[in-house]
Unconditional design. Structure first.
Ligand code: ZN
Ligand code: FE
Length: 246
């Protein structure tokens, strides 16, 4: 997507379903959760871009796997990660906490802690002409992250934080899970026409080999059962249901 002053965010597909987001202007770039280094290095070199920062949402290898090699290539790069993850994201050189602000590509980027998937997962948010959220594995289009280290209550509260952002927020999640999430949602709500329509739209994009993300908060409020859950009991029911769904 394209926004203010020629800045752009592009997605690089890697592994089976990861998407590495690359946010750039005409001479610098910020990369979010580089699972691998090679495709990022190739892109940045081909476009003559300096790597200003790497944002890490959490410690899983499919999010930090490429970071060490990117540091070798750009030794001055800022590696921004949760101060609570110094052991599991050891190469971080700019440690942040909930509410911190970092200046990147001329914008104030805010750190929002969204725990549940891991015990110290963070997201990165900025509000320019378009509000943008890099959410890692906390939210997916029509789905949410598995609760590995936290509690259902923590994850539910993290989703509430997302819901409090402007409705026009564009959400960049780290996996392309949209289609299977929608099929699951239709299992639970077979008559839901909005979700049916969304599935048709998503299948068209996939047939054209296009990404189905980023997603828009406003639309997720309609198609994402986890975001629609208005109490912890309902959220917990959905999360457990999805965990055992095949
Ligand atoms: Zn993860
Ligand atoms: Fe992941």
């Amino acid at each position: 997507m394209e926004f203010n002053k020629g800045q752009k965010i592009i997605g690089i597909r890697v592994l089976s379903d990861n998407v590495i987001w690359l946010w750039k202007n005409s001479n610098s770039a910020v990369v979010i959760d580089p699972a691998l280094s090679q495709p990022v290095i190739e892109y940045l070199k081909a476009h003559n871009l300096n790597l200003e920062a790497i944002l890490q949402t959490h410690h899983h290898s499919d999010h930090i796997g490429g970071t060490r090699d990117l540091i070798k290539e750009w030794p001055n790069v800022k590696v921004i990660a949760s101060a609570k993850e110094k052991d599991r994201i050891p190469f971080q050189n700019l440690s942040v906490r909930d509410g911190d602000k970092v200046r990147l590509l001329d914008k104030d980027v805010q750190v929002i802690e969204v725990i549940g998937h891991t015990k110290s997962h963070i997201a990165f948010y900025f509000n320019d002409n378009v509000p943008v959220l890099f959410i890692g594995d906390t939210l997916f289009s029509a789905g949410c992250g598995r609760v590995f280290e936290g509690t259902y209550k923590q994850m539910y509260n993290s989703l509430k934080k997302i819901k409090s952002l402007p409705k026009k927020t564009v959400i960049y999640c780290a996996h392309e899970y949209t289609k299977s999430n929608l099929i699951w949602a239709l299992d639970l709500e077979p008559e839901n026409q909005i979700i049916k329509n969304k599935l048709v739209e998503v299948e068209k994009k996939i047939a054209l080999n296009k990404l189905t993300i980023p997603c828009l908060l406003e639309e997720e409020m309609q198609i994402n059962l986890f975001l629609r859950a208005d109490n912890l009991k309902r959220f917990s029911y959905l999360r457990a249901n999805k965990d055992s769904w095949v």
